[in-house]
Design a protein around this ligand. Structure first.
Ligand code: MN
Length: 279
């Protein structure tokens, strides 16, 4: 029996502001899910037109329209954990927000990512929204997007695993806000203890595949050196799922340039889905 009631398939690329192989990545992940898990598609603008900058965010209009669609779809799905398949790291903005709204102050947001995604529109060097998602889930971001965050995550609810390629403003904010940061996967018990010690009983798992080491798994939008092995990632996911019920999850940033990439990425993805997520 899967932990999930449904999968939301959301090939959004505008948050990365590059028409790279996210659509192919989303398709492949969808094809690897068990047929018993109902899949629901969020329609995305596939146009390769350059994105317009608005309020320091590239493609804000389109991102807002797509987030509206995702939020509307989420409201039609059963209560219970949904697995969002991206797409860029912003694909689960509305589903991570929804998970917290159902159980305010009880959800740990576990951000498993080579990056911190903690920029504000003003601090972001690129204007790419996929680097602002955690900050938005904490209630600070473009109004057109954070209107879906009815219940912001507080700093004590945010936990990073292997965030290692951070902008200097992000590093400053991690220190200032005292966000939990697990650097070595073998210290996972520290994370478990911190979640429980902060009175949180459920976890939301956001997996950006760039948490993996690019030598083992280069099929991502923004690779970050010195990441986890696939085995270490699976152990971390298993350990977390053994200790806490899921509020939801997402797998993001799979970027496949061609069929060779798709073939080469499959064994790791199958392992992560089955051993990491129990699918
Ligand atoms: Mn990332």
């Amino acid at each position: 029996m899967s932990d999930f009631v449904a999968a939301m398939i959301f090939p959004q690329w505008q948050g990365a502001a590059r028409t790279i192989g996210y659509a192919a990545g989303t398709r492949l992940l969808g094809s690897l899910l068990p047929p018993s898990l109902p899949q629901h598609d969020v329609a995305c603008d596939a146009s390769a037109e350059p994105l317009v900058f608005q309020d320091h965010v590239k493609g804000l209009d389109i991102l807002a329209r797509q987030a509206d669609r995702a939020a509307a779809l989420r409201r039609t799905l059963p209560a219970g954990p949904v697995l969002t398949i991206g797409g860029d790291c912003a694909a689960d903005l509305t589903t991570a927000a929804w998970a917290h709204e159902q159980m305010p102050d009880d959800v740990a947001l576990i951000w498993i990512d080579g990056h911190a995604d903690l920029n504000t529109p003003a601090s972001s060097p690129s204007g790419h929204f996929h680097g602002m998602v955690v900050r938005s889930l904490m209630g600070e971001g473009p109004v057109a997007l954070i209107r879906h965050v009815a219940c912001a995550y507080a700093p004590h609810q945010v936990f990073y695993i292997s965030a290692r390629d951070c902008d200097s403003a992000e590093s400053d904010d991690i220190a200032r806000l005292d966000l939990f940061r697990l650097s070595a996967p073998d210290r996972i018990d520290d994370l478990i203890a911190a979640i429980a010690g902060r009175g949180l009983s459920r976890i939301y798992l956001h997996l950006d595949l760039d948490v993996l080491d690019p030598e083992a798994f280069p099929y991502v939008g923004v690779p970050a050196a010195q990441g986890l092995t696939v085995e270490a990632l699976c152990r971390v996911l298993q350990h977390l799922r053994r200790h806490f019920p899921l509020a939801g999850a997402a797998i993001t940033e799979l970027n496949l340039a061609n069929d060779d990439d798709a073939r080469a990425a499959q064994p790791a993805l199958r392992k992560i889905l089955s051993e990491g997520f129990g699918l």
